[in-house]
Design a protein around this ligand. Structure first.
Ligand SMILES: [Zn+2]
Length: 436
């Protein structure tokens, strides 16, 4: 049994189940069992005994792995409202640097307390009848005390909230609407993996990951995945990674090549609200532009250009106002701009000698997050009528490490600068934009 408490600010963890077992226990006091993890100064309540003597083990969800760490076994006491205002007193003392109460005085106030002898003993006081004013002032239903004969010190208690994860944002962000939406992510490399993470964080309910490649050593530097995933298909490893953090999200992993297996990807586009292409190279971008347009779905294309000096975001909406990727390219050609996509044909990102990887990992994450932002903004505006999510344009150039020596519209001058512009209408007789 543990005897002396650590001098550094320890705290007590109550899972929902532990809190419920205390609040529902018959009688007004009982014992608690805990595990103490010294390295973290953390007490984890593992069983509650009612005054009738029934001991109930506490449920600690397996996903909270550190709360399941083993530790030193110790026990203590819980008491329901042994004194009016006891938890208000706790609140008063806990923020004081010398917040120690006199043992004899505390014992008079809380007469049922066990004598700690020469050791220390942990006490949890439960007050279910706090006034709204007290709650407003930061007083909690559960309070912890470290009791020694030399004095009684208040301890923090953290109770697992009823609602965790995205649901906590229910009043601030349209998670309900977005949970009904689905996005296809083509390309699950450095940019695409960041895109997928951001889509999960925004609350997009269903995501289809499409990429035929394996996650290998050279990917580790720039990817959201790490060494645990080496050798796996990127889509499988990314799905498992996201699932662990966003268990409510529906993620499909499809190891498909959007170019050579376009016939398999095409029908999948019918069932999504939007397509993001974060794949390197001209071919996948063209295929996504064409298939998305034909499926009547908006597409967001994200990449870095010119050895990672700038980022490019292109939104293609299937309306008569805006042309496809080839229409935009033709427009750039005609205006003498850089051939943005030829730049992509150099196997950028593969680490080959002729084209070393130069984009820095956070710049790629920035592009991935921005692509997800543009996608979610498009969904919210077009499907849910949220005009606060209108984007400034269809084409964005983002300064990453800009030289400023490229031709417009790629002449980014400042790092972190984003310049937005519109894109032209479809060309006449465009095979993508024209009638089917
Ligand atoms: Zn077109």
């Amino acid at each position: 049994m543990r005897t002396l408490l650590s001098e550094t600010d320890p705290f007590i963890v109550l899972t929902q189940d532990a809190a419920a077992k205390i609040s529902k226990a018959k009688g007004t006091s009982g014992r608690i069992r805990m595990r103490f993890v010294p390295s973290e100064g953390m007490y984890i309540i593992s069983a509650i005994t009612s005054s009738a003597g029934t001991t109930l083990p506490v449920d600690i969800p397996a996903e909270y792995r550190s709360l399941n760490w083993d530790g030193e076994r110790c026990d203590g006491q819980w008491m329901r409202k042994p004194q009016d205002g006891i938890n208000v007193l706790h609140r008063y003392y806990i923020n004081r640097t010398s917040g120690t109460l006199d043992y004899d005085g505390f014992r008079k106030m809380v007469p049922g307390i066990s004598d700690p002898g020469n050791y220390s003993r942990l006490l949890i006081t439960h007050d279910p009848d706090l006034s709204p004013e007290a709650v407003q002032a930061g007083v909690h239903e559960y309070a912890g005390w470290n009791v020694t004969r030399n004095g009684v010190r208040p301890l923090h208690i953290e109770v697992e909230p009823k609602v965790v994860g995205l649901q906590q944002l229910a009043d601030q962000w349209p998670i309900e609407q977005l949970s009904a939406n689905s996005v296809m992510v083509v390309g699950c490399g450095s940019i695409g993996s960041a895109t997928a993470e951001a889509l999960a964080g925004y609350g997009v309910g269903r995501v289809l990951l499409i990429d035929p490649d394996r996650f290998l050593w050279h990917n580790m530097l720039r990817h959201t995945l790490g060494p645990e995933s080496v050798g796996r298909r990127k889509v499988h490893a990314l799905r498992d990674h996201l699932k662990s953090q966003w268990p409510l999200q529906d993620i499909e992993a499809l190891p498909l090549d959007v170019v050579s297996q376009a016939h398999l990807v095409r029908p999948l586009m019918e069932d999504v609200n939007l397509v993001i292409c974060a794949a390197d190279g001209i071919a996948p971008r063209r295929v996504v532009s064409h298939l998305a347009r034909r499926a009547g779905k908006p597409a967001i294309l994200a990449c870095v250009l010119d050895n990672g000096s700038i980022g490019e975001l292109l939104r293609l909406r299937p309306t008569p106002r805006f042309g496809c990727l080839l229409c935009f390219r033709a427009h750039l050609d005609a205006s003498g701009a850089m051939d943005a996509e030829a730049d992509q044909e150099l196997d950028y990102g593969t680490g080959r000698v002729h084209q070393p990887m130069t984009a820095v990992p956070p710049d790629l994450r920035l592009m991935g997050t921005l692509a997800a932002k543009a996608a979610v903004a498009t969904l919210l505006e077009s499907l849910h009528g949220d005009h606060t999510q209108a984007l400034p344009g269809e084409h964005a150039v983002i300064g990453l490490r800009p030289d400023g020596d490229l031709a417009p519209p790629f002449d980014a001058k400042a790092a972190a600068g984003i310049s937005w512009a519109s894109i032209p209408q479809p060309r006449e007789n465009c095979p993508t934009c024209g009638a089917a």
